[in-house]
Structure formats: structure tokens, C-alpha cells
Write a protein that binds this ligand. Structure first.
Ligand SMILES: Cc1cc2nc3c(=O)[nH]c(=O)nc-3n(C[C@H](O)[C@H](O)[C@H](O)COP(=O)(O)O)c2cc1C
Length: 188
């Protein structure tokens, strides 16, 4: 599988990092772009650098590097995930405002009818956020909010993160054991 992964400047950059770690062991060819806002939040929330996350990907592109292959529909990919996805990036995608490589790659995913998965993180949501999400869902975009469940009784932040990352893998059709499903919990 060839996957475009973007990390944007919402809180929860740990979701993007964890996704990269998991995909490394899943035979997925990852094409990573990290926004400028995300770079600052990576430093603040994870105490690490953009470079350390980039080391986990197979290919890395600059957010303003228009020579990146992912800005073109002729570069065939299977899916794109934006985790976390800021409300600004979500608004840009919903309105076809492809002014950086992340927004353009998402625009490409939409026009080529490829799987596009967004992991938005914001609270509370205003009607602009909600309308943008509805417009995107109507276009076939899969919205996986950074909203962990608690029925698997998470004991750590990592377990909460793994639930959301696991749901993204479920949508991608990649097997994993990042969280125990309700069915597994009931039968064990
Ligand atoms: C510490 C910090 C946390 C932020 N958290 C969020 C957030 O959770 N959700 C969101 O939509 N924007 C959040 N923002 C605002 C975005 O970073 C800002 O809108 C930025 O322009 C997004 O750009 P990008 O989508 O290109 O990364 C945050 C900003 C900072 C500095």
C-alpha cells in the first residue's frame, strides 16, 4: 500500500507519530508531509523535532515543495490520512483551497476518488467546522475524530492514542491489535 500521511497543526500530533510507528511494521510505503504549525506543536507536545518523525517515513516532502510527486494525480497512491487535521486544513480541503502541498494532495485524493481519512481535533466545534465536515463526508471523506472510546478500559495515554490510530487502520483495512474490540472484550 502507498499512503500519503500529513501531520497538521492541531493538538494531538502524537496520533501522526504513532501512525508512522505502526505503519513502519505493516509494509506500507509512507509519503509524509508535516505543516509548519505542526512542527511547532511537535516540539511543544512531544519534545522532539520534525526530523525525528520524518525518520519514520519512507518519503518526506516539504509543505511548500511543489516538485513533490503527491501534488499530481498521475502519482498513484492508495489513500491519504491527515492526523491530526486542523480546522484550517479541513476548511482548505472542503473549499478546494489547495495552497500548500498537504491541501493539494488532499484535493488530488478527492478528485481521483481515493480514500481520504481525516482525524480532526478541536473542541467545541462551531457551525463552520461542522459544515465543512459534513461537506467533506458528503464527498466520501472519512472523518475519524480524535475521540477515543473507554470501553476497552485504557490505562495510559498510549492506550487512548492507540484506539484512535487503530480506528484509522480499520478504515484503511490494515489488521492490528492496537485495541480490543467490544466483541473481544465480551468473549474473554
Ligand atoms: C499549541 C497549539 C495548539 C493548537 N491546537 C489546535 C487544534 O487542536 N485544532 C485546530 O484546529 N487548530 C489548532 N491550532 C491552530 C492551528 O495550528 C492553526 O490554525 C494553523 O494555522 C494550522 O495550520 P496547518 O493546518 O497548516 O497546520 C493550534 C495552535 C497551537 C499553537
Amino acid at each position: 500500500m502507498k499512503l500519503v500521511l500529513a501531520i497538521t497543526g492541531a493538538s494531538g500530533v502524537i496520533y501522526g507519530k504513532r501512525l508512522l510507528e505502526v505503519l513502519r511494521n505493516k509494509n506500507v510505503d509512507t509519503h509524509l508531509v508535516i505543516s509548519q504549525a505542526a512542527e511547532k506543536i511537535i516540539a511543544h507536545e512531544l519534545g522532539t523535532t520534525k526530523k525525528s518523525l520524518e525518520k519514520l517515513a519512507n518519503h518526506v516532502y516539504g509543505v511548500n515543495d511543489w516538485s513533490s510527486p503527491i501534488v499530481s494525480g498521475s502519482f498513484k497512491t492508495d489513500a491519504m490520512v491527515i492526523a491530526p487535521c486542523s480546522m484550517k486544513t479541513l476548511a482548505g480541503i472542503a473549499n478546494g483551497f489547495a495552497e500548500n502541498v498537504i491541501l493539494r494532495a488532499a484535493d488530488v485524493a478527492l478528485k481521483e476518488k481515493r480514500k481520504l481519512i481525516l482525524v480532526p481535533r478541536e473542541t467545541p466545534l462551531n457551525t463552520i467546522h461542522l459544515r465543512n465536515m459534513l461537506d467533506l463526508a458528503n464527498q466520501g471523506v472519512i472523518i475519524v475524530p480524535a475521540m477515543p472510546a473507554y470501553y476497552h478500559k485504557p490505562k495510559s495515554i498510549e492506550a487512548l492514542v492507540d484506539f484512535v490510530v487503530g480506528r484509522v487502520l480499520d478504515v484503511l483495512g490494515i489488521e492490528h491489535n492496537l485495541y480490543r474490540s467490544w466483541q473481544e472484550i465480551q468473549t474473554t
